[in-house]
Design a protein around this ligand. Structure first.
Ligand SMILES: Nc1ncnc2c1ncn2[C@@H]1O[C@H](COP(=O)(O)OP(=O)(O)OP(=O)(O)O)[C@@H](O)[C@H]1O
Length: 276
């Protein structure tokens, strides 16, 4: 997978105050499956160096949002903008070419291949000139080790089979790849399968590393507690609509937990939205 990004387009939409346009923006996006709207008029601005956590009950539209951001699903209405310019992603490849990397919930790895092979997946460094070009395994291992350390995973043998990696390590590997190959937007759909506290902490550390590298991060999670540890903004979805758009200043972890996990207020909000 080539996630190499070719450099920023000239911003189309810069204001007099010179605030850069969001790296990626959704305006009024609606996605329907048949007659059922999975997302209704969702707007979202993703900026460099910010983590936006997406929260909501089952079926609220989180995965559909991930699918739109990553080019898997095209909206029926609304638009996407990259650096303030309208774009259409007709495939995940087109989204990747714009620097949008997605860490899928059911992240696929090649279990029998080594960690470093999984890191490069066809983009391995070589040495020498054709026809004597050889895979530079030493360099590939070194780059993998360094990239993993960058997201907080140390002491990992890059030559071990990827099947030995735990869930958090797999996610961290995918995040490390995104950083290494120059992604600007990182979309992480947290696995629903239970993870140990240390594996989840590993993923959070990788999220923070991505933010520090200036990426715009979207972190889809079921856990308001974990969201509050890393989130700068929180997008609450209910019935495919934006039920709340909050910043870290707006809510403490208890507010967020009540809104999402307790579900009471969010459910009421969701119900009233559905009745509209
Ligand atoms: N391929 C599809 N075909 C038909 N309906 C779909 C499809 N994908 C999602 N939906 C419907 O769209 C709505 C939003 O689903 P989505 O999977 O985006 O929610 P979610 O918040 O990710 O849920 P979960 O937390 O359970 O993964 C749901 O009503 C779901 O049943």
């Amino acid at each position: 997978m080539s996630t190499a990004w070719q450099g920023p387009a000239e911003p189309a939409d810069q204001t007099a105050t010179d605030v850069p346009a969001p790296v990626l923006e959704l305006r009024g996006v609606t996605v329907r499956f048949g007659s059922v709207p999975a997302l209704s008029r969702v707007s979202l601005a993703l900026r460099s160096g910010e983590v936006t956590c997406v929260l909501g009950e089952n079926g609220s539209g989180k995965s559909t949002l991930v699918a739109v951001l990553s080019g898997m699903e095209q909206p029926a209405e609304g638009e996407l903008l990259v650096d303030g310019r309208p774009v259409r992603f007709r495939s995940p490849q087109q989204a990747r070419a714009q620097g949008i990397a997605t860490v899928w919930q059911d992240l696929a790895i090649a279990p029998l291949m080594s960690v470093w092979r999984n890191f490069f997946l066809g983009a391995e460094p070589t040495r020498g000139l054709w026809p004597f070009r050889r895979l530079d395994v030493g360099r590939a291992e070194e780059i993998t080790t360094r990239a993993m350390a960058r997201v907080g995973v140390t002491g990992l043998d890059p030559d071990q089979a990827a099947s030995a990696l735990q869930a958090g390590e797999r996610q961290s590997l995918a995040i490390a790849r995104a950083l290494h190959f120059g992604a600007r937007v990182l979309v992480i759909d947290e696995p629903t399968a239970p993870m140990t506290v240390s594996q989840r902490a590993m993923v959070l550390q990788a999220v923070v590393a991505a933010r520090e590298d200036g990426l715009a991060v979207v972190f889809v999670t079921h856990s308001p507690q974990y969201a509050h540890l890393v989130g700068d903004r929180f997008l609450l979805l209910g019935g495919g609509r934006v039920a709340g758009h909050l910043t870290r200043e707006d809510v403490d972890v208890d507010d967020l937990t009540r809104l999402v996990a307790g579900g009471d207020e969010l459910s009421r909000l969701t119900e009233s939205l559905r009745r509209e």
